[in-house]
Design a protein around this ligand. Structure first.
Ligand code: GLN
Length: 453
C-alpha cells in the first residue's frame, strides 16, 4: 500500500476517534496528504529511506513552519512558527509525514495532561484515567492507533511516564543527543526530545534520524551517532543489571512492583546478572528538581511578554499593564506556580539557600548514578509508582502530582538516557519497566528493551 493510503487510514481514525481522547490540538490532514504523495513519488523513483512515507504525530512543543505551535498554552494559541524545529526538519527530510500536533501539559509542566489550555487527554485504556504527561497527547495518539509513532519531550519523565501509563515504549536519549533547536524551552539543562512508539525497534529507527550534532543548539553533543538498528541483535548473556533498592520504596504499589519483578525474572532467564545497587541520594531528586526546573522556567518564560509574539491583552493602559495582564491571562495556574517558585529561589536573598543548594544535591544524585554505572551496564526499576490515576484525582494537590515522577526525575538531573517498556498490567492498566543506560549508550539501551519485547 502507498503512504497516501496509510496516511488516510490514520487521518480517518483521528477524525472518528479523537473526539473521545482529545489527543490532538491541531490535526494537519492537508499537509499530511501532500507529504504522503511526495513520499510516494520518492518511493517510486527509488529515492526512499526506511522512514519515507511513515506517518507520525509531533508534540505541540516542536515548532512547525506554517502550522500553529501552542505548547498547550493560551499564551501561544495564536502562534505560527516561521521555522521548523531540528527534530521536525530532520524527520521531514527523511520522508516522515506529519499527521498533526499533539496535546500536552502547558509548557510541558505536568504529569497528567490536565494543565493543557486545550483540556485534558483521556487514556485509551480507560477514559476515566489520565494518559500521563506532559507528552500525554502523543501517548494517547499512539496507544489508540491514531498514529503509529509520535515525538515527545522529557524534562522530568514526560516521555517515560505517559508511555508507561499507556502501554508504549517511551525513549529519552542522553541529554544533548537530540537538538533542542525549535523545541520550546521549559528547563534547558533537563529538556530532551525523544519518541513514543510501539517498540524499541521503532524508537531506534526514529532516533537514528533525530539524533546528532546541531550547531544551532549550543548544548548539542558532538558525539557520533552509531547504527542503532545494528545494535538490536546482541543477546543479553552476561549483561550486568543494577536494581536500585531505593526504587522499591513504600510508595510503589504492590501489583506494579510484581510486574517489574516479573520483568527482572525475564532478564535473568535471558542470562543477565541482576544485582542490588544503591542510589542513596535519590530521595533528594524531587525537591532538587522542583528548585532547578522552576528556576530555569522562570527565566525561559520571561520572553512571553505580550510584545513580540503570543498572547496580548486587550487595551493595555501602559507597558506594565501590558506585561501583567498578558502574562496573567496567557498563562495557566501551574505555569504561574512554577514561575513564582523559580523567581523566588533565584532572588538575591534566597539564591544560596535554594538554587545553589539544589545544584549541589544535583551533583550528588549524578555521582550516585555514575558510581553505580561503573559496575553495571544498565539500571532497572519501575517507571512510575502506580498505574494511571483518575482524571481530576490529583489536580488539587500539586505535591502528590509531583511525587508521580519520583523514579524518572533523577535521570534528567543526571542527564542519562532511559527507556520505559511495557511490563504487564496492574489492576488492568499498563505499567512500565524503566531501563537506564550510560551516557550515549543508546544502542545497548534500545537492544536491552528490544530483547524484552
Ligand atoms: N512532571 C514533571 C513536571 O511537571 C516533568 C515534566 C516533563 O518532563 N516535561 O515538571
Amino acid at each position: 500500500f502507498s503512504s497516501e493510503e496509510l496516511t488516510r487510514h490514520y487521518l480517518d481514525r483521528i477524525e472518528k476517534m479523537d473526539g473521545d481522547f482529545n489527543a490532538f490540538i491541531t490535526p494537519t490532514p492537508e499537509q499530511a496528504l501532500a507529504q504522503a504523495r511526495e513520499a510516494d513519488q520518492r518511493i517510486a523513483t527509488g529515492n526512499a529511506g526506511p522512514l519515507t512515507g511513515l506517518p507520525l504525530a509531533h508534540k505541540d512543543i516542536f515548532c512547525t513552519r506554517g502550522v500553529k505551535t501552542s505548547c498547550g498554552s493560551r499564551m501561544l494559541d495564536n502562534f505560527v512558527s516561521p521555522y521548523d524545529a531540528t527534530v521536525v526538519e530532520r524527520l521531514a527530510a527523511a520522508g516522515v509525514v506529519m499527521l498533526g500536533k499533539t496535546n500536552m501539559d502547558e509548557f510541558a509542566m505536568g504529569s497528567s495532561n490536565e494543565t493543557s489550555y486545550y483540556g485534558p487527554v483521556k487514556n485509551p485504556w480507560d477514559r476515566s484515567k489520565v494518559p500521563g504527561g506532559s507528552s500525554g497527547g502523543s501517548a494517547a495518539a499512539v496507544a489508540a492507533r491514531m498514529a503509529p509513532a509520535a515525538t515527545g519531550t522529557d524534562t522530568g519523565g514526560s516521555i517515560r511516564q505517559p508511555a508507561a501509563l499507556t502501554g508504549l515504549t517511551g525513549f529519552k536519549p542522553t541529554y544533548g543527543r537530540v537538538s533542542r533547536y525549535g523545541m520550546i524551552a521549559f528547563a534547558s539543562s533537563l529538556d530532551q526530545a525523544g519518541t513514543l512508539t510501539l517498540s524499541a525497534e521503532d524508537a531506534a529507527l526514529l532516533t537514528q534520524v533525530m539524533a546528532g550534532f546541531d550547531e544551532r543548539d549550543s548544548t548539542s553533543a558532538q558525539e557520533d551517532v552509531p547504527d542503532y538498528m545494528a545494535a538490536l541483535g546482541a543477546d543479553l548473556k552476561g549483561l550486568k543489571v543494577g536494581v536500585p533498592s531505593e526504587f522499591f520504596d513504600d510508595g510503589l504499589e504492590a501489583e506494579t512492583r510484581k510486574a517489574v519483578e516479573d520483568a527482572l525474572d525475564v532478564y535473568r532467564r535471558m542470562g543477565a546478572e541482576i544485582r542490588e545497587v544503591h542510589l542513596p541520594n535519590l530521595g533528594l531528586s524531587v525537591p532538587t528538581y522542583y528548585v532547578v526546573a522552576p528556576a530555569e522556567c522562570s527565566s525561559n518564560l520571561s520572553r512571553f511578554d505580550g510584545v513580540r509574539f503570543g498572547y496580548r491583552c486587550e487595551d493595555p493602559r501602559d507597558l506594565l499593564d501590558l506585561y501583567e495582564r498578558s502574562r496573567g491571562e496567557g498563562f495557566g495556574p501551574e505555569v504561574k506556580r512554577r514561575i513564582m517558585t523559580g523567581t523566588y529561589v533565584l532572588s538575591a536573598g534566597y539564591y544560596d539557600a535554594y538554587y545553589l543548594q539544589a545544584q549541589k544535591t544535583r551533583k550528588l544524585i549524578r555521582d550516585d548514578f555514575m558510581r553505580c554505572l561503573e559496575d553495571v551496564d544498565v539500571l532497572m526499576g519501575p517507571t512510575t509508582p502506580t498505574p494511571a490515576f483518575g482524571v481530576g484525582e490529583k489536580t488539587d494537590d500539586p505535591i502528590t502530582m509531583y511525587l508521580n515522577d519520583i523514579y524518572t526525575i533523577a535521570v534528567n538531573l543526571a542527564g542519562l538516557p532511559a527507556v520505559s517498556v511495557p511490563a504487564g498490567f496492574a489492576g488492568g492498566l499498563p505499567v512500565g519497566l524503566q531501563i537506564i543506560g550510560k551516557f550515549f549508550d543508546e544502542g545497548r539501551l534500545l537492544n536491552v528493551a528490544h530483547q524484552f519485547q
